[in-house]
Design a protein around this ligand. Structure first.
Ligand code: DHE
Length: 563
């Protein structure tokens, strides 16, 4: 079955505190019966593979609503009620096995027939409600491994810290720190489960990473061998962190967003000591109450002491002023539902975030604290952090790829530079859609010193596209992109699982691009490095410890939001 979409998203591994999850209080009338053992197994699979898209409470987000009111056949076996289709086990099995044209991927190569049948029955039962996670719970998880006074007073190693890459080793729950100059692995740090993103402190000394299990690691890059100096859990299921970057607050605070419970936590930047938790439960932009509004992307403003915190299910964008943590001031900006990932425009005044299942990009003006625009795009925009460059005809643009469409959308962004005044007429319009050979893009990337735009397609169902990247020439966008077969260049053997080429990331100088070859958990993986000018292969980093590399975060580019 050829479907594009969110394959590995639904494979995401989310080890919630499963044991602590309470049994549903409601009667399961008409739902298929599950033994206690089956239920435990189904719960685990649901959290590992399904919750990322459908939500813990199954209210739906990127994926559809999976509550019993439409998954469950009526007690007498009726499949239709008042025009509403009741899916039932057989239909659900087919959807899980084969996927749908709506973007749901096929699971017949991941789950066994029995597991598919189990999940088809499980999602007809009433969803379990996981436990809450308080400040006291958070405090109990906090580990200060090296107190500040015992840390180096100056940099104790000879690494060019600004060119270190933090590489997510997704399926081992580790982070590889790689020297960008020598391409040698500096350290492999044990992190949270299926670690998601890394971010930098303003000073460039501290690196933070967050696992899907909510574990945050604080890594001190000044140590002789950079390593973890503190950890804390911010919830059971998380995706994002960022630091305080405004003048006077450098390295002072860290904020982390949770999927479950739906809340964000504020910590001390250099120790991770928990300070405050704020719930994000509340009303959607449509005025409906939502019990599970998950925290998606977070960025830190440099023009105000504020974080931009994007709440997925409600479509509300929060500007959280951290200058007074005790008396927290928040501006709540209405945008569109299902906010996900995003990045700054070139001026770093506007933050552009995908409302992915609404097929829109919301742009926030962080100077005025208002929504600047809500822009319709092709299906399921997925920018990562996006890419900024000056278009030959339309001036400054920010680019996003799409999971659900075979284009890269270029959105004109405002600029105060006098030479860009003539482009004002285009601001906040999709000025061009660059054609790519298929859907399934996750990340696009360029660099201020580069003339190239790199586009991956790891979620495309065709092997030859998922294993390649496509490079546009920014000086002549009428040319089709150059295809680079990254999996082939890696020299890795062909495997049953796709060797997905994912997440292009520049080095500090902006003259090299690193791409992960994301293989199966038991297959060899690699990072393939290209010369950005010539597009020629420069180096392949392989190592038995290099298992399922995905996101890569160059210290300097992450610290300064360069993309
Ligand atoms: Fe991500 C960023 C959520 C699946 C790799 N991902 C993000 C962000 C969010 C998010 C909210 C933005 C963080 C920020 O900027 O503060 N990702 C989710 C999901 O909910 C989802 C769809 C399913 C899940 O259960 O996790 C999901 N993500 C994936 C993957 O399967 C990816 C491809 C591989 C992996 O490592 O898990 C993946 N996501 C990434 C990466 C970034 C990211 C590499 C950071 C991009 C950047 O350049 O900053």
């Amino acid at each position: 079955m050829k479907t594009f979409g969110v394959r590995n998203f639904t494979r995401a591994l989310v080890p919630l505190a499963l044991a602590a999850i309470s049994a549903p209080a409601l009667a399961q009338e008409g739902a298929p019966q599950l033994t206690a053992e089956e239920k435990e197994k189904a719960k685990k699979i649901y959290f590992e593979r399904c919750a990322g898209c459908h939500g813990v409470l199954r209210k739906g987000a990127t994926g559809k609503n999976l509550e019993p009111h439409w998954t469950k056949k009526l007690p007498d076996g009726t499949v239709q009620e008042g025009g509403t289709l009741k899916l039932g086990t057989n239909r659900l099995e087919k959807i899980i096995a084969l996927g749908t044209e709506g973007g749901m991927v096929n699971f017949d190569d991941i789950l066994t027939k029995e597991e598919i049948n189990l999940m088809a029955r499980y999602i007809q039962t009433t969803p379990d409600v996981p436990p809450e996670f308080s400040l006291k719970d958070m405090m109990a998880t906090w580990k200060l491994i090296v107190p500040v006074e015992q840390r180096p007073k100056k940099k104790m190693n000879s690494y060019n810290i600004e060119n270190i890459f933090a590489v997510t080793l997704r399926d081992t729950g580790e982070l590889a720190l790689i020297d960008g100059d020598t391409k040698q692995i500096i350290n492999i740090v044990k992190t949270g489960y299926a670690v998601h993103i890394s971010r930098m402190s303003k000073s460039g000394r501290y690196l933070y990473t967050v696992g899907r299990d909510g574990l945050v690691n604080l890594i001190d890059l000044w140590m002789e061998k950079p390593d973890t100096v503190a950890t804390v859990k911010i919830g059971y299921d998380a995706r994002s962190v960022d630091t305080s970057k405004f003048k006077g607050y450098e390295d002072k605070y860290l904020v982390g967003g949770s999927y479950w419970p739906p809340q964000y936590a504020i910590m001390e930047g250099d120790t991770l000591k928990p300070l405050k938790i704020v719930s994000t439960r509340g009303m959607t932009v449509d005025g409906e109450y939502h019990p599970e509004p998950r925290v998606a992307s977070i960025v830190s403003s440099e023009i105000k002491p504020e974080w931009v915190i994007n709440i997925k299910e409600t479509g509300q964008i929060l500007l959280v002023d951290y200058s007074d943590i005790k008396n927290l001031k928040t501006t709540t900006i209405e945008s569109a539902k299902f906010l996900h990932d995003g990045g700054w425009d070139a001026s770093k005044r506007y933050f552009l975030v995908a409302a992915n299942a609404s097929h829109k990009i919301a742009a926030v003006d962080t100077k005025t604290g208002k929504l600047a625009a809500l822009i319709d795009t092709k299906k399921i925009p997925h920018p990562g952090r996006g890419a900024n460059f000056v278009h030959p005809k339309y001036g400054p643009v920010w680019a996003t790829g799409h999971l659900g469409a075979d284009v890269v959308s270029l959105i004109s962004t405002p600029s105060e530079k006098p030479q860009h005044a003539k482009y004002k007429q285009y601001n906040w319009k999709v000025v061009e859609e660059l054609k790519v050979p298929g859907a399934g893009n996750l990340f696009v990337k360029t660099h201020p010193k580069s003339k190239h735009l790199w586009v991956d397609l790891p979620q495309n169902p065709e092997r030859e596209l998922a294993e390649a990247v496509f490079v546009f020439d920014l000086t002549d966008l009428s040319k089709p992109p150059v295809k680079i077969d990254v999996a082939k260049d890696s020299g890795l053997p062909m495997t049953k699982a796709f060797r997905r080429a994912v997440h292009p990331e520049y080095n500090k100088n902006g003259d090299e691009v690193w791409i992960s070859v994301w293989g199966g958990k038991s297959d060899p993986s690699a990072i393939v490095i290209y010369d950005d000018k010539t597009l020629k292969l420069k180096k392949v980093i392989t190592d038995p410890k290099m298992i399922t590399p995905t996101g890569k975060f160059n210290v300097y580019n992450t610290q300064h939001d360069i993309y």
